[in-house]
Design a binder for this molecule. Structure first.
Ligand SMILES: [Zn+2]
Ligand SMILES: [Zn+2]
Length: 351
């Protein structure tokens, strides 16, 4: 049996590099040779805290942000061919419920499958793409202007774009992103692309704010100590048109409401830890300022395609978010680097 190198998680903080059989595919599935796979906050949380079903007897290959080349195509499939370079939108739905049939399979409540979450993912030389993903159009052939590395980073970008659409960012808006991680910077980049007048990014870490500045000099880095002062100065006392909380700290949801202008729009992008999800908010701020509070999670296949197009057309640059590249056998170093938050995106590179 042919084998491949894979990083398999056996439990909490237990990932082992092993030789495992190359996945078999049926007539309705595709096999992809992975070229680039990025490490995400979700991978890190799964690794640090453990994840349901993953155990010594049931290991799993993580990695849901990836792109590569098709090496095998099931014989019932005619839309894809061997040799095509593709990205894969990871979230699959049942395909028939009202969400799936309206193109929102990421909201499907009847079925959920995603490589690297509840089936084997892309921290391996090969990954099997199941039938629902093939049928639902999750496998997207890359424009020649998009590298596999950029395509891997497109997954979080598509989720950011979901929030962007929900909250609405328009030319001239004053925007604040709370959280200067890779996700926060992606939000800032999209806001800039949409013509926001001022894009402010708030974080507790001065180092992170410096990184933002290096990525785009027009971003206004705001340290938490001076948050209100700077926002009132920049917006001439009006407050924010848009605020996106791109972090897991409950307090930032509360802070956001206090900083909004009349008719401001808020997106709670970052989910909160399970025991901290009840947040006390001054709802009179929502009432008297006529605020719009939105949430967003994951992304649809259409959003995933759209942001790939943004990258292809040069509307948004994601390359600058890659801090380090690692070989699969050094994935522990990559995880460590993600954990220390010393850089932005860490990518497992097979090229
Ligand atoms: Zn992710
Ligand atoms: Zn469904």
């Amino acid at each position: 049996m042919d084998t491949m190198l894979a990083a398999r998680m056996y439990g909490k903080q237990d990932i082992r590099i092993e030789q495992v059989p190359i996945p078999e595919i049926n007539d309705n599935e595709i096999l992809i040779k992975v070229k680039s796979a990025a490490i995400c906050g979700t991978d890190l949380r799964m690794y640090m805290n453990g994840y349901k079903d993953i155990s010594e007897n049931n290991p799993r290959i993580l990695g849901h942000e990836f792109a590569g080349t098709i090496t095998k195509v099931g014989k019932n499939i005619n839309k894809y061919q061997e040799g095509m370079t593709v990205a894969v939108a990871p979230n699959m739905g049942c395909g028939v419920c009202e969400f799936c049939s309206s193109g929102k399979s990421h909201l499907c409540q009847d079925f959920f499958q995603a490589p690297g979450i509840n089936i084997d993912g892309a921290f391996a030389e090969y990954v099997r793409i199941p039938e629902p993903a093939v049928r639902q159009g999750n496998v997207i052939v890359l424009d020649e202007r998009v590298s596999t590395e950029e395509a891997a980073l497109n997954e979080p970008l598509s989720c950011v774009y979901n929030a962007f659409q929900k909250v609405g960012v328009f030319p001239g808006d004053n925007v604040l992103i709370i959280g200067a991680g890779p996700i926060g910077i992606m939000h800032a980049k999209l806001a800039k692309m949409a013509g926001a007048a001022n894009v402010m990014i708030n974080d507790l870490s001065k180092e992170r704010l410096d990184i933002c500045k290096k990525i785009d000099n027009s971003f206004i880095g705001v340290h938490s100590d001076e948050l209100e002062d700077i926002i009132m100065k920049v917006t001439k006392g009006k407050g924010l048109d848009v605020c996106i909380t791109a972090n897991p700290a409950p307090i930032t949801q509360k802070i956001a409401l206090g900083l909004m202008a009349m008719e401001g729009r808020v997106n709670f992008f970052g989910g909160l830890p399970k025991d901290k999800e009840n947040v006390s908010l001054n709802t009179n701020l929502i009432h008297y300022k006529e605020l719009v509070i939105t949430g967003s999670t994951k992304a649809s296949v259409a959003m995933f395609s759209k942001t790939l197009q943004f990258i292809a057309e040069g509307l948004i640059d994601v390359k600058s978010l890659v801090s380090n590249r690692y070989e699969l056998k050094n994935i522990h170093e990559a995880i460590e680097s993600s954990k220390n938050a010393t850089g932005l995106k860490n990518v497992i590179s097979f090229i």
